[in-house]
Design a protein around this ligand. Structure first.
Ligand code: ATP
Ligand code: MG
Length: 364
């Protein structure tokens, strides 16, 4: 076991990796590998919240995302890339944690409300849908991490996690209810009160038009069919960018008060991916003045995105041809994840006075 600080993050296998994942989370995942003991979770059970009738797709997506992550530079000899459903502690912890959270508190989570709206779930979502928010607290706490790098949409989930941590430590570990968050571990709390680390771009917008309901642009998301993927071929990227929505009211492009959700996506993408800041600023001004049109700006964006994607696409081909290597990486990571999660669960059970027998989890 290393004595580096620990990092935990995750992604749901509901599709492949897109540019929003990269700037919101994965870029950090890759960069932080040398400084932290990293655990990266493929949340396959959470994919069942919206696709319980598509098990083969979920399995394929687990392999796709693992392939994407290896191609992006996640190194299985440094970081544990693992499958959520093969770490039983997470489920066990979910059950215990769910007893500490009022039902109405879970339902007030704005990310759940946004997902219900944007994914058109209406009132047909399963019981397991809100439960996933509690499950995510367990995903995190099973690893007692020092840092959790995520996109901004995850902040409400992390707030729920912070609340349940305080409740657990106060209820079962004798931590004073007025203790400061940073003191919980020192005062005997099993779980640290975690802090999110938000990526370089908080919320990358998708390629589509704003939502008819809210007037806001939707985030780039696997489930909303508005994304550019790391295995898109050059022609596909070109087609997507040429066809992407741009703001007919050009001024929004340069309005500094405009939120991410109100921005012209064309400029949101340039700001996120075009490292030539001088080019972006001068063209933004010309664009706002009507001196340059969408076509020129899109052409440049196609170049910029292709430069980012093409080496990853190449490495992706390498791993995609070797699914056995991808599975080996997942098995190695899952075994490491179980060691840490089992240790956490035994500490939690001892605090809850439910430590009757020990056990060992072993993968075959
Ligand atoms: P789904 O639609 O199935 O929820 P998703 O595209 O939202 O998929 P997740 O697996 O939920 O992807 O998210 C993985 C990580 O990527 C999270 O940390 C999330 O905050 C981040 N992320 C996802 N989409 C974006 C985005 N458009 N901008 C910034 N970060 C993002
Ligand atoms: Mg999501």
């Amino acid at each position: 076991m290393s004595n580096r600080p620990r990092l935990l993050s995750g992604i749901t296998p509901t599709g492949k990796m897109h540019l929003g994942h990269w700037v919101g989370a994965i870029e950090n995942w890759v960069n932080l590998q040398n400084d932290f003991d990293c655990f990266y979770l493929l949340a396959n059970k959470h994919a069942f919240t919206t696709r319980a009738n598509q098990p083969a797709e979920i399995r394929a997506s687990v392999m796709d995302l693992a392939t994407d992550l290896l191609a992006c530079g996640i190194d299985p000899s440094k970081s544990a890339l693992f499958i959520q459903s093969e770490v039983p502690c997470i489920d066990e912890l979910t059950f215990f944690l769910s007893m500490l959270l009022p039902f109405n508190r879970v339902m007030r989570n704005p990310t759940l409300a946004e997902e219900i709206r944007d994914k058109g779930l209406g009132d047909h979502y399963p019981f397991g849908f809100p439960l996933y928010a509690v499950g995510q607290c367990a995903d995190i706490l099973a690893f007692r991490p020092d840092v959790v790098p995520v996109g901004e949409d995850q902040v409400p989930h992390l707030e729920l996690c912070r609340e349940v941590t305080r409740k657990f430590n106060v209820t079962y570990c004798g931590v004073d209810s007025h203790a400061r968050d940073e003191d919980h571990a020192r005062l005997g709390g099993v779980f640290p009160v975690i802090r999110p680390r938000i990526g370089r771009v908080k919320r990358l917008v998708g390629l589509g038009a704003p939502s008819a309901e809210t007037g806001q642009l939707l985030k780039m998301s696997k489930s909303l069919n508005n994304a550019i993927y790391f295995d898109d071929e050059p022609g596909e990227i070109e087609k997507k960018i040429r066809g992407m929505y741009t703001d007919p009211k050009r001024l929004r492009a340069t309005d500094p008060g405009e939120t991410d959700a109100g921005k012209n996506p064309l400029w949101a993408m340039h700001e996120a991916f075009n490292s030539d800041v001088a080019w972006v600023e001068s063209h933004k001004a010309q664009y706002a003045a009507g001196q340059v049109g969408d076509v020129v700006i899109k052409k440049k964006l196609i170049e910029v995105i292709e430069t980012l994607v093409s080496p990853i696409r190449e490495r992706r081909r390498h791993y995609a041809a070797r699914p056995g290597d991808v599975l080996d990486a997942l098995k190695l990571g899952t075994a490491r994840a179980n060691v840490v999660a089992e240790e956490t669960l035994s500490l939690a059970k001892a605090a809850m006075k439910q430590d009757y027998f020990g056990r060992v989890v072993e993968l075959r």
